[in-house]
Design a protein around this ligand. Structure first.
Ligand code: ADP
Length: 172
């Protein structure tokens, strides 16, 4: 069955889902934006697991387009799935990498058995991706993903982001 897509306005750290997705950076050691908010609200257990990943399976960090799970610490979720969006470029089309963030995160969710997953607008903050295009890639990729996840909620931080995702959902 196709995944059901929902939109909500707000802070993803307060959203209850089996898994919430973090727009992390390759170091996995924290950053600004949604990454900083997730580590602040989730507490030190998330960073401890990220550090352990760097010492074992991911010594060079997590490449853009890939995803990995940790505990969600104190957040109202069971897991945080960290994915690294591409930095937006006008010289090079990195859309496939951004689409891969959503596909890889859903593949990790399937491995965990997560049925509800919340995403922020990956790459559309500090990494500079224009919101309308980020929304089109996000919605298009989730819509066509082969996954056992039932519901994906995009938790949008601000009305402009919400409107961009509404337009993408309605095909505008
Ligand atoms: P990136 O580095 O991938 O661009 P950012 O965290 O800078 O990641 O931004 C990604 C998106 O997440 C932006 O639209 C930003 O406004 C949004 N964002 C920031 N904080 C939160 C939050 N607490 N909940 C949901 N979205 C957030």
């Amino acid at each position: 069955m196709a995944v059901s897509i929902e939109l909500t306005l707000g802070d993803i750290t307060r959203f209850g889902a089996d898994a919430i997705v973090n727009a992390a950076n390759s170091s996995l050691l924290g950053g600004g934006g949604v990454d900083g908010a997730i580590h602040r609200a989730g507490g030190p257990d998330i960073l401890a697991e990220c550090r352990a990943l760097r010492q074992t399976t991911l010594p060079d960090g997590l490449p853009a387009g890939q995803a990995v799970a940790t505990t969600a610490g104190a957040l109202p979720a069971d897991w945080v799935i960290h994915t690294v969006g591409p930095v937006y470029s006008t010289m090079e089309d990195r859309s496939a990498t951004l689409a891969s963030c959503y596909r890889s995160s859903l593949a990790v969710a399937d491995e965990l058995g997560a049925r509800t997953v919340a995403f922020p607008a990956v790459s559309a903050g500090v990494y500079g991706w224009p919101m309308a295009d980020a929304a089109r890639i996000a919605v298009g990729t989730v819509r066509t993903a082969d996954t056992r996840v039932d519901t994906v909620t995009f938790v949008l931080f601000g009305r402009d982001a919400y409107r961009a995702f509404e337009d993408a959902l309605s095909g505008a």
